[in-house]
Design a protein around this ligand. Sequence first.
Ligand code: GDP
Length: 310
Amino acid sequence: MKLRNIAIIAHVDHGKTTLVDALLKQSGSVRDNQRVDERAMDSNDLERERGITILAKATSVVWKDVRINIVDTPGHADFGGEVERILNMVDGAVLLVDSAEGPMPQTKFVVGKALKVGLRPIVAVNKIDRPDARPDEVVNEVFDLFAALDATDEQLDFPILYGSGRDGWMNFDPAGPKEEGLAPLFDLVLRHVPEPKVEDGPFRMIGTILEANPFLGRIITGRIASGSVKPNQAVKVLSRDGALLEQGRISKILAFRGLERQPIEEAHAGDIVAIAGLSKGTVADTFCDPAVNEPLPAQPIDPPTVTMSF
Ligand code: GDP
């Protein structure tokens, strides 16, 4: 199946969770009786209790026979390394901006990172249903922000959608029909975001997100740069400077399917998956076939974030 990997980036409260819920529903990726308000991308109760949101979660939807992996990014500057690793794992981004508030500090932070890693964000002016919406001004502010952050001409030429994640529609005309649903956004992602770049060679994947799970142990999420991987396959882990950290076997491969994460029997280059079975490898390390001796290009390692999952 063809793939697209995207991140959703936004200032807190500009509507990421609501939009992803609507994407899941409209792509048919969740069963009608499944509660979308479990909120795929929202922080879990533990995080909420502690008042922190550190887990970058992923989900996927299928649109016109293309699987779109959607990764959430923390908006907070404390997680700069994690945001950069995540943005390095995807090939496109949807930037949500509240149509009344306009760009906010976290918008600037994540846009800066997205532009730096070379992404060409799609701009979605969200919450256009608000009576105080001022879409034209907000688009100008976004343009000025991109320019101030040294966007290239290509990045400045961003496609713009207007809509309401809450009401489940996005289109190219702020005054246009509101009943179209999210098809314009899905179609734009397929058109505007390139397929994942894959390289030749045996299995290699860089660790992007680290998670501790009471049943599976350490789980590492990343994008497979080359080759493919199956459960029980022998792998080794190389540090950023190429030192051998560990040799072991993959116990499980989990793929993002709608709201759930499901075990799969094989994963291929370009896909974003989570692997379990190794005990030392961490973010920015290279998980690879035993024949590989060179780590993938270095990624930022800060902060040393470990997320609990249940
Ligand atoms: P997140 O922090 O970016 O994940 O934002 P949420 O999706 O949790 O939304 C934050 C708040 O904005 C919630 O109260 C939502 O109900 C509200 N919201 C989300 N989308 C829309 C929208 O399209 N229009 C309006 N008016 N409110 C929205």
